[in-house]
Design a protein around this ligand. Structure first.
Ligand SMILES: Nc1ncnc2c1ncn2[C@@H]1O[C@H](COP(=O)(O)OP(=O)(O)OP(=O)(O)O)[C@@H](O)[C@H]1O
Length: 379
């Protein structure tokens, strides 16, 4: 069960050519700048728009193939769609909105699963209200509930948080995390917000000017500052998995383990899940040839340089594998599955420090975002 998309289409003067494959679980971010073709692409997957040619498979079912003249209508594709604006029927109650799609669906979700979803989304107290009496965040929760109750094979989410303010976004994000971690449904999540990608996504498809440029794990893709939509972005960098190992409430810090390296971040309380995600922006990583002392940054990590690439005239991107290679050998960026940190420094600094492949240096991390909370080093 997975999703394969290989299509080409023309919208006025805009050419769309997409070719990618997404796994059957977890969240795949469809990431690209405004006007790159993200909405058109998910409309095509949903069956709301017909491409000129190509092939689309959802969970091993061919839903579109121009050669075989297959083009299933939207209602038969088993796709749940959450739009930027919730698009609820204004004259229907929350309950009627929720069951509108579910009622028509032959493959109904078992009743206990329906209840679990409504409970998880906190919708039960809202059932009798009409959309006009809901907040933006509540509307999006109902929209998400409606999509899930239709028992889809895939959930398509078109910038579901873009119409919400920061507080409402924080209210909704945990629901997506719950879906990602507890329900085995693949999600294609359209966004141009790197922080949402870093927090939620397992995989990433990068699109620019109507072309899908690359796809892969979010850990690998966010480090690809060579891809135009990510290049030059100050927030491009690294996503790492870490585990909270201890906390010191008096000093108001938490200690994390990341691939054997210890990281210190501001106090994280006692989350239900000790596994967290870190997003470290390339611009927030400095490089030192010897371990610096007497500095405010708490996180100084031994790393080995695995790649140096010129980003533009003034800056270079440096890939750093966590830890010092015992034998000093330099390996390439894939780093045998070992986490890689990315630093963006000036070309002058790289030249001055005489940085080279395989060198053992120290990464000084100025700021870490832990699952959406900025854990600045100024603590
Ligand atoms: N029906 C149409 N006719 C002609 N051009 C279209 C049509 N629909 C979309 N386009 C063009 O296709 C391009 C891609 O639009 P699309 O809405 O898919 O981009 P997007 O990545 O979702 O953008 P945003 O992030 O701003 O929502 C744009 O240049 C848009 O103007």
């Amino acid at each position: 069960m997975s999703i394969t998309v290989s299509i080409s289409h023309k919208l006025g003067k805009f050419d769309l050519d997409a070719d990618f494959h997404i796994p059957d679980t977890g969240i795949t971010a469809l990431f690209g700048p405004s006007g790159s073709g993200k909405t058109s692409l998910i409309n095509i997957i949903a069956g709301l728009e017909t491409p000129r040619q190509g092939h689309i498979e959802i969970s091993d079912r061919v839903v579109f193939d121009h050669r075989q003249r297959i083009n299933l209508p939207a209602r038969k594709r088993r796709v749940g769609y959450v739009f930027q604006d919730a698009r609820l029927f204004p004259h229907k109650t929350v309950s009627e909105n929720l069951y509108f799609g579910a009622r028509r669906n032959a493959q109904k979700l078992p009743r206990e699963e329906q209840s679990a979803i409504l409970e998880m989304l906190g919708i039960l107290p809202l059932m009798g209200r009409r959309p006009a009496a809901l907040s933006g965040g509540e509307k999006q929760r109902v929209s998400l509930g409606r999509a899930l109750l239709s028992n889809p094979d895939i959930l398509l989410l078109d910038e579901p948080l873009s119409a919400l303010d920061h507080a409402r976004k924080q209210e909704i994000l945990p629901y997506f995390e719950w879906l990602r971690d507890h329900r085995k449904i693949p999600m294609l999540y359209v966004t141009h917000a790197i922080d949402e990608v870093a927090r939620l996504a397992d995989h990433m498809v990068v699109i620019d000017q109507g072309k899908t440029l690359a796809s892969g794990s979010v850990f690998e893709m966010l480090g690809r500052t060579d891809l135009p939509p990510l290049a030059g972005r100050f927030d491009a960098g690294t996503v790492l998995s870490a585990r909270i190992v201890s906390r010191d409430p008096k000093a108001e810090v938490s200690f994390l383990d990341c691939a054997g390296q210890r990281l210190v971040v501001p106090y994280l309380g006692r989350p239900a899940n000790p596994n967290v995600r870190l997003h470290i922006r390339a611009r927030d990583v400095m490089i030192a040839k010897t371990a610096p002392t007497g500095i405010s940054a708490n996180n100084v990590i031994p790393v080995t340089i695995t790649k140096i690439s010129q980003e533009n005239r003034d800056t270079v991107d440096i890939s750093l594998r966590l830890g010092h290679d015992p034998d000093g050998r330099h390996q390439h960026d894939t780093a045998n599955g070992q986490p890689v940190l990315h630093a963006r420094i000036t070309r002058w600094s790289a030249h001055r420090l005489k940085l080279g492949l395989g060198q053992k240096v120290f990464a000084v991390i100025k700021s870490v975002t832990v699952d959406g909370q900025v854990a600045d080093q100024a603590i």
